[in-house]
Design a protein around this ligand. Structure first.
Ligand code: GDP
Ligand code: GDP
Length: 436
């Protein structure tokens, strides 16, 4: 069971400063993409061996007071609904404000444990000011803290974790595919992202990334759970074309690193280019799952053979890599966007697949018997036993008498047979030969 802590309070009291301290990130990730609204930030934190999710409910603009009032209700409602505990943040230097009182009024209706973080108590004299918040008339305890220098935060957290129903989950993302959209500039990556983001209520949760500059957005769409990785931190605007290309490549590389599966988007009009081939071989070396999305399919004049010809051309350029599924799509016409996601999730399934040892030996030893490794230097080569080893992507150890004499072409034969029997579409497979 997950422990969820929501930080609520009016703007500028220090919510995101505290949030970032908890998730050990110094810089808040801002999303500057116009038209993309992210209304919650999630992060994972740990205190004294208890794991919890933190929600930073802040980040709202103070427009009219009417709107603000509505925002308060929305925030607090969200917090009450989802959180197992609430940190109500106020500012010692400002003292009690009208907005604080409004928050207090709404929070009083909640049955969840509440902790008042009287923030910006950086010095002892400021700490004294914290008592002023008893005026809010809440039963909750008041903790003078400094989100900036950390003082007092330990006491708050000690008491906070006592309210947790469980130890928490160390990695709540386990088992959910992290998908990156990568490719050259102008192929339609942001269009795809926006098409996905634009789907109403598609965002389930939203987490400011725990590592580097990535934002992980959670989706539940078409019945699939997945996380889209967006590397906002490297979203720099270049003035010259080279810059754009450079940052674009950098983004793709970072997103790739954080992903389980990448959607390599290519432009149908331009076909597979050398940059794409480089990206794919890098992804293969990193053991990532892959699918190729041939985008802008609407721009191609087609007959019944067009897709096949395209496939053939891509395979030639990628040779010997031949296991990556391709989807011919058009973000513009919203054509086959669903298949792209569905395929990516399927590839994740292949990537995390565990083949039982008995099945593996039964099937593969039969193939090996039928077509044994060619003897080298007059020596008989025997493969005795196969087992899947623990790794980030499917890896198999073949135990044999003379591992050094297994030829490359025989390795390819074995890989093909493995793929034939156990469907590893979209995933690199590693065969390791060990002496036994
Ligand atoms: P939010 O709008 O509630 O998320 O507030 P922020 O975290 O953005 O903080 C608002 C301002 O208060 C920023 O300028 C912070 O640097 C500052 N701030 C946050 N925590 C502290 C603190 O403990 N002490 C002091 N002196 N300033 C703080
Ligand atoms: P990015 O640089 O890879 O993020 O590419 P963008 O998403 O910014 O798209 C580049 C251009 O291609 C934009 O003008 C899009 O409108 C256009 N585009 C994206 N997807 C399609 C598509 O499926 N068909 C057509 N015809 N144009 C598209």
């Amino acid at each position: 069971m997950a422990n969820i802590v929501a930080i609520v309070g009016r703007p500028n009291v220090g919510k995101s400063t505290f949030f970032n301290r908890l998730i050990e990130k110094r810089q808040a990730i801002m999303d500057n993409e116009p038209g993309v609204t992210r209304d919650r930030h999630y992060g994972y934190a740990e205190w004294c061996g208890k794991f919890f999710t933190v929600i930073d409910t802040g980040g709202y603009a103070t427009g009219s007071d009417d709107k603000f009032e509505a925002e308060i209700r929305k925030q607090v409602k969200l917090a009450i609904d989802e959180a197992s505990a609430i940190i109500f943040m106020v500012d010692c230097r400002d003292g009690v404000t009208g907005f604080d009182k409004e928050f207090a009024n709404v929070l009083r209706t909640s049955k969840k444990p509440i902790f008042i973080g009287a923030n910006k108590a950086d010095t002892p004299d400021k700490t004294l000011l914290a008592t002023e918040f008893y005026e809010l008339g809440m039963e909750a305890e008041i903790y003078p803290i400094s989100a900036e220098n950390g003082s007092g935060t330990g006491e708050l957290l000690d008491d906070l974790i006592k309210t947790f129903p469980s130890e928490g989950v160390e990695d709540p993302d386990a088992g959910i595919p992290r998908i990156a959209i990568v490719g050259r500039p102008n192929v339609g990556k942001s269009s795809l992202l926006n098409a996905l983001l634009g789907t109403e209520r598609s965002i389930v949760t939203d987490e400011a990334g725990t590592t580097r500059d990535a934002i992980h957005s959670y989706y539940k769409m078409y019945g699939q759970n997945f996380i889209l990785i967006d590397t906002a931190g490297v979203r720099k605007k270049g003035k010259v074309k080279d810059d754009i290309e450079f940052y674009s490549v950098l983004r793709s590389l970072r997103a790739l690193e954080e992903s389980d599966v990448c959607i390599v988007v290519i432009d149908a009009e331009r076909g597979m280019e050398s940059q794409d081939v480089n990206l794919i071989s890098l992804a293969q070396r990193q053991g990532k799952g892959m699918i190729i999305m041939v985008n802008k399919w609407d721009l191609i004049e087609k007959d019944s053979k067009t897709a096949d010809k395209f496939k053939k051309d891509i395979l030639e350029k990628l040779a010997p890599i031949d296991y990556i599924p391709m989807v011919f799509a058009s973000v513009l016409n919203k054509q086959r966007i669903f298949q792209v996601i569905e395929k990516a999730v399927e590839v994740f399934g292949n990537k995390t697949k565990k083949v039982p040892t008995s099945k593996l030996n039964e099937v593969m030893l039969r193939e090996i018997e039928r077509y044994p490794p060619p003897s080298t230097k007059g020596k008989l080569i025997q493969i005795k036993y196969i087992t899947q080893v623990n790794a980030r992507f499917p890896s198999f150890a073949f135990f044999c008498n003379l591992p050094q004499y297994i030829t490359e072409s025989y390795q390819r034969f074995l890989e093909n047979k493995m793929r034939e029997h156990f469907d590893f579409e979209g995933v690199p497979v590693r065969l390791i030969f060990r002496k036994k």
